[in-house]
Design a binder for this molecule. Structure first.
Ligand SMILES: [Zn+2]
Length: 242
C-alpha cells in the first residue's frame, strides 16, 4: 500500500461524527496512512486502549531500535535495562542506551482463524506459542562488548489487546481500500469496539500458508496486503488483510 490520505468525514466504527484522524497502522509503529476525520472521540478512546499494552508497554525497546516515532518519549534520553548473565557468571542489569538496545519484542502465535477452520473461542484468542525477536542492529557487538552470556526478558500480554489492535488495522485497511460501505456483514466491528470477544474467529496465523498465498506474502516494513476470499459453496466474499 502506498501512502494513503483519505477523507472519510464520519466515524468508521459507530457512524457518529468524524472528530479525529485515524492512522491505519498506529503512528507509534511508523504508520503514515491516514483516514481523515474517521473516528469519534468515544470510539477513539475505546480503540486506543488496545494499543497501549503492545505499543507502549511491550514494544518500547523495539520501537526505539527501529526509530519509530513517539509523541511522549524521547528515546534518545531513555535507558533500556537488560537483565544479563555475564561470561564470568555474574548476574547484573545493564542500562543500555538506544543505540545499544537489543530491541527485543515478543510476538504471540495463533492457530488459523476459526472462519478458516481453526479452533473457535467465543471468549477471546487462542495462543499456540510465542517468539522473541530482536530488532537492535548491534546486538552481537553489544553482547561482545559487555561479555554477555545470557539475557533474561519478561513481557506481559494483556488478553486480546494486541489481537484487537491487529483486527482494527485490518478493518482500517479494508475501509481505505474498498470504502466504508463495503461490508454487508461486519464481523470485525463488534470486536474492535469491545462488544464481542470472539477474537479467534477473525484473527490468527497461517503457519502452513493455506490462506495467505491467496492475497500475497507480506514483505517489507509496514506492509499490509488486502484481498478477497470466497469459501467453496458459500456466496459470501470475505475481505482479508494480512
Ligand atoms: Zn464512533
Amino acid at each position: 500500500m502506498s501512502e494513503t490520505d483519505i477523507f472519510v468525514g464520519r466515524c468508521i466504527y459507530c457512524g457518529g461524527p468524524g472528530e479525529t484522524d485515524e492512522h491505519i497502522i498506529p503512528h507509534a509503529l511508523g504508520g503514515k496512512h491516514i483516514l481523515h476525520k474517521a473516528s469519534c472521540e468515544k470510539c477513539r478512546s475505546i480503540t486506543s486502549q488496545w494499543e497501549r499494552n503492545p505499543i507502549k508497554e511491550n514494544w518500547v525497546e523495539a520501537r526505539a531500535a527501529l526509530d519509530y516515532p513517539s509523541r511522549h518519549t524521547n528515546f534518545d534520553k531513555e535507558i533500556f535495562p537488560l537483565e544479563v548473565v555475564l561470561r564470568d557468571g555474574t548476574k547484573t542489569v545493564l542500562n543500555l542506551k538506544r543505540e545499544e538496545t537489543f530491541g527485543l519484542a515478543s510476538f504471540l502465535e495463533y492457530p488459523l482463524p476459526a472462519f478458516f477452520g481453526g479452533p473457535n473461542n467465543e471468549k477471546g484468542a487462542l495462543v499456540t506459542g510465542a517468539m522473541l525477536i530482536g530488532f537492535g542492529p548491534n546486538s552481537k557487538a553489544v553482547a561482545g562488548k559487555y561479555g554477555i552470556k545470557e539475557i533474561s526478558f519478561t513481557t506481559s500480554h494483556k488478553g486480546t489487546h494486541f489481537e484487537r489492535m491487529v483486527i482494527k488495522i485490518a478493518y482500517c485497511a479494508a475501509v481505505a481500500t474498498w470504502g466504508l460501505g463495503c461490508f454487508e456483514e461486519d464481523y470485525a466491528l463488534p470486536v474492535i469496539i469491545g462488544t464481542k470477544n470472539n477474537v479467534s474467529f477473525l484473527m490468527g496465523c497461517d503457519p502452513l500458508g493455506k490462506i495467505i498465498p491467496l492475497i500475497g506474502k507480506v514483505g517489507g516494513d509496514n506492509c499490509i496486503n488486502v484481498g478477497v476470499y470466497r469459501k467453496k459453496g458459500d456466496d459470501k466474499i470475505m475481505l482479508l488483510s494480512g
